[in-house]
Design a protein around this ligand. Structure first.
Ligand code: GLN
Length: 457
């Protein structure tokens, strides 16, 4: 698979032309919603002239289409933002560009990042890299697939409940969800502000370290960003204490997923780490908490799309309230509407205490459970998803079944902890399976150095 270093010290224009040609020749996967050809070529020429330099000079990359970036509209894969031209760029994109990286296109996603398969895109689904009849995972499915197809060496995604880790697992690449607040969210379409994080897809942990080093740090435009704490750990971590979350290895999890996870655990032991089973009794309630808290925040964050200030405006409306209603009805997907409805319900005065408040209390119990485990363990491990990539259409009729694919990833999101997917094996059908490594707050570098030490090259 390609690495960032394969693109350094080469003609930036050749790099960009090759990435654009690959994107076109692999368009049947529908991983990209748009290409930023003109701007990418202009930037490549500037790099080749020596006007732009840096650690990623001339390296092409892709961003999920919920990042504001110049050169193509920012749609969030929704009809309501179909023609929305970004007036500014996301801080994460700006930081990469300052190091000479070149964005070549915008990747498909579930509209507004609501989903786990990229089938909720208003512009059609993305296909899995290993089997075109299967889903890419989601919501950052397009970003995972462009990386796995070697179109670019890295791509950006957002992860609110698993949207980087799960598609990374389904497509056999590294996917990193940093500690909440590590990378600025400024200029990224908000889903649920208390769990949204910005992260990346790469083909190995070393490249993830480099991208993380560049993107992380305090941003005055996002008051939830942490002062820069990330620095690459070059030494191999030794004698770690690792806890396997026993609730993630029950019979309800696919047999091959469990056996691939077990073989990764065996390799951790061979490398000298101590691995023990641990229990997280509250984890089984985390999906219930997530699907109360996240829709609540979604309903509030999506209130701004009213047909007046952004995006598509209904032409049929005769009154202001019809204008709001009809624009939102035309512009949002079913899953967006479901979340707005649930969110408005759990926040309504009659039900706030029964749902939203309870969920936030349960979230605190979950956070305490993690804190307690991290007093004895350095890292926790589980499969990233309960199954390998499922068939296109398999879960679209049943939202609860779709939500189940987030069961392993939402706990770390609710607690704001860093968690990464590392490719761990391939099933008999030839589908990738990943394991999830979860760290304590700000232990992102430890996770990546462990992942790096375990990679088979
Ligand atoms: N699949 C999860 C959901 O639908 C996660 C989405 C995300 O992380 N953006 O909410």
């Amino acid at each position: 698979m390609v690495k960032i270093s394969d693109f350094l010290n080469k003609s930036a224009k050749d790099n960009v032309l090759k990435a654009l040609a690959d994107a076109e020749s692999k368009s049947e996967y529908h991983a990209l919603l748009s290409l930023t050809r003109e701007r990418a070529l202009e930037r490549a020429e500037a790099v080749d002239r020596g006007d732009i330099s840096g650690r990623l000079a001339g390296v092409p990359f892709v961003v999920k289409d919920n990042f504001l970036a110049f050169g193509a509209p920012t749609t969030a894969a929704s009809k309501i933002l179909e023609n929305f031209e970004a007036p500014l760029q996301a801080t994460a994109v700006e930081k990469l560009e300052a190091e000479g990286a070149i964005c070549i296109g915008k990747a498909n996603l579930d509209a507004f990042a609501h989903g786990g398969s990229t089938e909720n895109s208003a512009f059609g689904p993305t296909m899995n890299t290993y089997d075109k009849d299967r889903v890419a995972g989601g919501s950052s499915g397009g970003s995972a697939v462009v990386t796995a197809l070697d179109i670019v060496p890295f791509a950006l995604g957002s992860d609110t409940g698993g949207s980087i880790r799960q598609p990374a697992s389904f497509n056999g690449v590294v996917g990193v969800k940093p500690t909440y607040g590590t990378v600025s969210r400024y200029g990224v379409v908000a889903m649920a502000s208390s769990t949204d994080v910005i992260g990346m897809f790469t083909t190995d942990a070393e490249d993830a370290e480099l991208v993380m080093d560049i993107m992380s740090g305090r941003d005055a435009k996002d008051m939830t960003t942490l002062p820069d704490f990330f620095s690459v750990k070059n030494e191999v971590p030794l004698n770690l204490k690792i806890g396997v979350i026993s609730e993630s290895m029950t019979d309800s999890v696919d047999l091959e997923v469990r056996s691939i996870t077990k073989s990764y655990i065996e390799r951790l032991k061979e490398a000298g780490h101590v691995v023990e089973e641990v229990s997280m009794p509250t984890a089984k309630y985390s999906l219930a908490m997530y699907y109360i808290i996240v829709p609540a925040e979604v309903s509030s964050n999506l209130a701004r799309y009213d047909g007046v200030r952004f995006g598509v405006r209904s032409k049929k409306a005769k009154t202001l309230s019809e204008l709001y209603g009809m624009s939102r009805d035309d512009g949002f997907m079913t899953e967006n509407k479901r979340r707005i409805m649930i969110g408005s319900y759990v926040l309504s005065s009659g039900f706030f205490d029964a749902y939203y408040l309870q969920a936030q209390k349960a979230r605190t119990i979950l956070c305490n459970e993690f804190n307690e485990l991290f007093t004895s363990y350095d890292i926790l491990i589980s499969p990233t998803a309960p199954t390998p990539a499922f068939k296109l259409g398999e879960n679209t009729e049943d939202p609860i079944k779709m939500y189940m694919s987030d069961i392993m990833t939402v706990p770390a999101s609710l607690a704001g902890l860093p968690a990464i997917n590392v490719p761990a094996g391939i099933t008999e059908l030839g589908l990738p399976v990943g394991v999830q490594l979860i760290g304590n707050r700000r232990d992102d570098a430890l996770l990546l150095s462990l992942a790096k030490s375990m990679e088979v090259k």
